[in-house]
Design a protein around this ligand. Sequence first.
Ligand SMILES: Cc1c2[nH]c(c1CCC(=O)O)Cc1[nH]c(c(CCC(=O)O)c1C)Cc1[nH]c(c(CCC(=O)O)c1C)Cc1[nH]c(c(CCC(=O)O)c1C)C2
Length: 348
Amino acid sequence: MTFTETNLSSNKAYPRMLNTNYLKAALGEVICPPPVWVMRQAGRYLPEFREVREKYDFFKVCQTPELACQITLQPIDRYDGLLDAAIIFSDILVIPQAMGMEVQMLPSKGPHFPCPLISPEDLNKLRMPVVKDVLSYVFEAITLTRHRLNGRVPLIGFSGAPWTLMAYMIEGGGSKTFSKAKAWLYRYPSESKQLLAKLSSVIADYIVEQVLAGAQAIQLFDSWAGELSPKLYKEFGIPFLEEIVTVFRKKLIDAQITERIPLTLFCKGAHSSLKDLSDLDIDVLGLDYTMEAIEASKNITKRICLQGNLDPCALFAETETLKELTNENLKEFDSVGLPHIVNLGHGM
Ligand SMILES: Cc1c2[nH]c(c1CCC(=O)O)Cc1[nH]c(c(CCC(=O)O)c1C)Cc1[nH]c(c(CCC(=O)O)c1C)Cc1[nH]c(c(CCC(=O)O)c1C)C2
């Protein structure tokens, strides 16, 4: 389905969209200059973010719609007119929390699960939440933010992908090797699939509810895709992404959402899987900073939008160098001829 102004503004309850460049590119139009947003654009590099975080715990912010909305708007206000999309402030780890796991955000250490999953018996402790109720704070934050954006830019919702969430739930936090989570895939393949299937079902409901709450696009983050061999990712990554995408599309139709909601997959390090990922019913493929647009375009099987992929560490370069690197990046994507959304190749 082609994108028109009318189908986006058909929901009379929300302000009229003033900038639809992100949505147009995501749905297949080459936009010149291409739209821009930045993964982790609301985060610690912003003094106004750190000010809020001094007063409140990380998950308290996620759980308070007024604060989550305020932080989502910070980069949009600061870089007025320069960003073409907002992403709702939250975290991928709200899903393990919703399934009953405790998650803390430790200062300068990152996420920590006091009781990670150790053996398959621990799966019995996980609950299948009524997503609409348990994660209602996210949906409220989305609706509030959609109104407060006042049509300036579209609002992106997001979720972690099943493998990446499974990795955190077993490792108990960040990891260099992911050896505990990968050990599950080799030792307990069928229980691993049970866990991945449970996660997929919760994630599908979660992203549908985000759209019903006002999110205009969705991105799935599979940040640790590249930790798996291509064979493991084919078995434990892609089928669950496929399941999520299929259920997402079906549930939106059932909910009478007739406009195409752009879906982005950002599967960091999944070089060998770009073909399989592009086969899914998605609109945008996020490229990380180790991928090349030209190479990626040779692998994909249909015309989709590419997003990315400047190295976040390039931001440490002198301004002139950064300008050159950005121009090179734009030229490379331009030469491919596919729609492009400018972004970093991982979070800021
Ligand atoms: C700003 C922030 C977030 N999460 C964390 C922080 C820093 C925490 C702080 O203030 O102390 C902790 C926070 N949460 C997580 C981490 C990574 C931990 C690790 O090293 O494994 C940290 C430091 C887990 C997480 N969380 C997220 C991912 C996927 C993207 C990626 O790969 O970077 C991952 C892996 C997604 C995420 N996380 C966040 C967003 C919000 C919006 C935006 O992008 O502006 C998003 C989309 C917000």
